[in-house]
Write a protein of this length. Sequence first.
Length: 288
Amino acid sequence: MKRPVLYALVGAVIVLLASTAILYQRYRQTAADFADTKAAEEAARTSYGNAINSIAEIQDSLSAIALGDSSLRMRGGLSTEGGRQAQDKEALERIAVLKAGVERTKQRIHELELSLQKSGIRVAGLQKMIAGLKKDVADREQVIAQLSGQVDSLNTTVNVLNTTVVAKNDTIATQTANLETKRRELNTIYFVIGNKKTLTDQGILVAKGGVLGLGKTLKATGDYLPTHFTALDLDQETVVKIPAKKAQVLSEQPPTSYQLTLVGETMELRVTDPVRFRTVKHLVIMTS
């Protein structure tokens, strides 16, 4: 074979080998790129599926936050103090649970967004669903804030009412005490029991009238020391026991408003008409 032809054949073989090497290299690169694309597609599909699952779970969590729960209905009626405090505690605890649930949901949404950013997924549908979740969370936060405000408002109202009730109770207590004082003043008389000498020595009785010391009449002076008398509430007791067989009333109570009766070895004065009897506050009884 001629040398020029041999050279030509060798050159052709070299060119063919070089072309084959280049094509093989391109094939390998294409195969690698295809594998990477498939892997990326699979990763994207997995991330998308995970995102959908996460969105569904978050939506379920939001649905579980039942803002319409009857335990949160603000009760308008005021019961006993202990009952009201129990209701307030129950409402506040329930609101705290709702707040914690919302915070957990917000954290999960944030983690989902970070995950999508890292994976590079930019799907309008996913972004729309995430925006919807954020709106649901914001709506629930607003309702929870309203519920908290209702509890605070109710507590303020109850505290004001309690203050008013305490003030009214104090007023009523004062008025009741005043009425009781007036009742006692109206219905209480003061009596003293003693013989002629004792009552005269105490300045309760004085002898008046008569001639040359004879025929004098004993009269109540009206100038008394409180320590000589005993109080008697006619609303509580209408009988004065007299430790003697004989006695007479020397004060000016209407005679028809009482009765003097011998009971066994002692006398009793029974008040039969307290209204008329109490017109004279001091009762003077002389024994003999």
